[in-house]
Design a protein around this ligand. Structure first.
Ligand SMILES: [Zn+2]
Ligand SMILES: [Zn+2]
Length: 246
C-alpha cells in the first residue's frame, strides 16, 4: 500500500492513523491484534520471537548446524557453490507460514520482518552487493513479484547494502524441486543461471529458503564464471531435514 500519509505533510499524523486502521489490525500469522506501538508490522513480535534461530556450531561453509570434525553432508559435494551460506531461522511452523504468505498470498511486506531476522548474519558485513535469486519469467509473471527481491530490498535498507538485479538472471525455467533428491536438484539446476560481467564484485545472494543449496550452488557458479570476487549467501529460513524428507 502506498504511504499516502508521508506525502501529505500536516495531515500526516491523522492519515497515518487512518492508514493503519485500514491495514489488517491482526497479525498475519496468529491473528492476534497488533499493538499500536508495533507500527504497521504485519507480523506481531510474539510470532517473530517464535522463529527459532539455528543453533551453533554451524558448518563453516553451508551454515548447517553440525558436529565439528564430521564431514558435512550438505556441502561436501559443492565444488562451485558459495563460500559461505547463513540462514536466520528454521523453516517450521510460524516461519513456514511467513514464507507461505510472502510467496503465495501476496503479502510481500512480510519480507520486512524476515529481513529484520536476517540482519546480523555474517556475510552481511563489509562492502557487499545483495543479489536476489531470480525467478524465471513465467513464475515471476504468475506471482507478480520475486519474493527474494522483496527480502533483498528490505535487507539492503537495513544494512545499507546496494541491491543488484542487473547481473544474474535465470536462463531457463526449472521444474518444481520439492519431489527431487539432492542429486536430481543439482542436475535440474545446472546451467539455470547466467550472469553479466561481475568483475571484482563481492556478492551476497539472497533467497527465502535454503533446502539443499542446489539453487545457490548454480547461481554462485554463474557469478563466479562472470568474475565475481566473492560469492556468499543468506536465506531467511532453512529446511530442517533437507535430505531425509524433501
Ligand atoms: Zn502473531
Ligand atoms: Zn556444510
Amino acid at each position: 500500500m502506498p504511504r499516502f500519509a508521508e506525502r501529505l505533510g500536516v495531515w500526516g499524523a491523522s492519515l497515518a492513523e487512518l492508514e493503519r486502521w485500514l491495514l489488517p489490525a491482526a497479525c498475519l500469522l496468529c491473528q492476534a491484534p497488533i499493538a499500536a506501538r508495533e507500527g504497521d508490522a504485519l507480523v506481531c513480535s510474539l510470532c517473530r520471537s517464535r522463529w527459532r534461530r539455528l543453533p551453533d556450531p554451524l558448518c563453516g561453509r553451508c551454515g548447517q548446524p553440525a558436529w565439528p570434525d564430521l564431514a558435512c553432508r550438505i556441502c561436501a559435494g559443492w565444488s562451485e557453490g558459495p563460500a559461505r551460506v547463513r540462514s536466520a531461522v528454521w523453516l517450521e511452523e510460524s516461519a513456514r507460514q511467513a514464507v507461505h504468505q510472502l510467496k503465495y498470498e501476496g503479502w510481500w511486506r512480510v519480507a520486512e520482518a524476515m529481513a529484520e531476522a536476517m540482519r546480523g548474519l555474517e556475510p552481511l558485513t563489509g562492502q557487499v552487493s545483495l543479489i536476489p535469486v531470480p525467478l524465471g519469467p513465467g513464475r515471476a509473471r504468475e506471482r507478480g513479484y520475486n519474493q527474494s527481491e522483496r527480502i533483498a530490498a528490505a535487507l539492503g535498507r537495513l544494512v545499507g547494502a546496494p541491491v543488484r538485479t542487473d547481473l544474474l538472471r535465470r536462463v531457463r525455467e526449472t521444474r518444481t524441486q520439492t519431489a527431487l533428491t539432492p542429486e536430481a536438484r543439482q542436475a535440474n539446476l545446472a546451467g539455470a543461471f547466467a550472469s553479466a560481467e561481475a568483475g571484482g564484485v563481492a556478492v551476497v545472494l539472497v533467497d527465502d529458503v535454503f533446502t539443499t543449496g542446489a539453487t545457490l550452488v548454480s547461481a554462485a557458479a554463474a557469478l563466479r564464471a562472470a568474475g565475481a570476487a566473492q560469492v556468499e549467501a543468506v536465506t531467511f529460513a532453512r529446511a530442517m531435514e533437507p535430505i531425509a524428507t524433501i
